[in-house]
Design a protein around this ligand. Structure first.
Ligand SMILES: NC(=O)c1ccc[n+]([C@@H]2O[C@H](COP(=O)([O-])OP(=O)(O)OC[C@H]3O[C@@H](n4cnc5c(N)ncnc54)[C@H](OP(=O)(O)O)[C@@H]3O)[C@@H](O)[C@H]2O)c1
Length: 245
């Protein structure tokens, strides 16, 4: 088997944890990041794969964290083949209620947290003859909904969808595939875990269901196994962005 080394940001919880788990289950190496060292340690213990998993705690909104992720991947496993830009926060409010701190936080984690690792990946993978970058965006970035006012996530995730296409074009000649997965509502700790919230969230997809973190992990696995797919934004959203319903 061709063992890959995969960098996953936000690997301590939700989608990032499931993505790390999916790669480890297939025998690959994972370098996982999260902001809170204790949560990352707990996730590493739960993943239970100490020879194939290296945790790198740090704020993904800082360039040093991206550099550390690639340095650790090279030190432990020789290279990095795949970057999954997953770490993100979600702040949904009406525009008048957003604070300056909300704006700074979203830009730091969701925008800089994409740019710094993507820049490292482009440098490293171009020199190495290729690789894959997958970014976890959001269905709101494709199709905003009046049911969930969330201008800042829409702004950044929509921009990341477009950046995915632009970077795919830029890196196509370097054999670096660049894609995104745009999840709808997925059952993770990002959402409050009460029945009323879940009922409301289920109503945001025509299927009337929530997705699972494994649904998203499968989409990421598919994209990083492709040879000819680049510049695509793959919806995993129960039809939420398929059209009006
Ligand atoms: N769940 C959904 O319905 C849904 C829908 C669409 C898109 N998404 C996207 O999917 C991604 C993952 O969401 P999730 O539902 O898995 O969320 P989650 O369960 O809250 O997990 C978020 C992960 O990101 C890490 N993180 C947050 N800020 C960070 C920072 N500044 N630096 C490093 N790590 C940071 C967290 O670590 P700490 O706890 O240590 O901060 C945690 O590991 C996000 O980009 C989100 O926008 C989720």
């Amino acid at each position: 088997m061709d063992t890959k080394t995969v960098i996953v940001t936000g690997a301590s919880s939700g989608l990032g944890y499931a993505i790390a788990e999916a790669y480890l289950a297939r025998g690959h190496n994972v370098v996982g990041n999260a902001r809170t060292a204790e949560r990352l340690q707990a996730a590493a213990a739960k993943l239970g794969n100490p020879r194939n998993f290296v945790g790198v705690p740090g704020d993904i909104g800082l360039p040093a964290t991206a550099k550390a992720l690639f340095a650790q991947a090279i030190e432990h496993f020789g290279k990095a083949d795949i970057l999954v830009n997953n770490a993100g926060i979600f702040i949904a409010k009406r525009i008048g209620d957003y604070t300056d701190e909300d704006l700074d936080a979203i830009i730091a984690t969701n925008l800089k947290g994409f740019f710094y690792p993507a820049r490292e990946a482009a440098r490293h993978m171009t020199a190495n003859g290729g690789g894959h970058i997958v970014t976890i965006t959001a269905s709101l970035g494709t199709a905003p909904t009046a049911k969930v006012p969330a201008l800042l996530p829409v702004l950044i995730k929509g921009g990341l969808n477009q950046a995915t296409r632009a970077l795919a074009l830029e890196l196509a000649g370097a054999n670096v595939k660049v894609n995104a997965v745009a999840p709808g509502i997925i059952d993770t700790p990002l959402h409050a875990d009460d029945a009323a919230t879940h009922d409301f969230l289920k109503g945001l997809a025509p299927t009337g269901t929530l997705g699972t973190a494994q649904d998203v992990a499968e989409a990421v696995l598919y994209l990083t196994g492709t040879r000819f797919t680049t510049g695509t934004v793959l919806a995993v959203d129960g039809g939420a962005t398929a059209g009006n319903w």
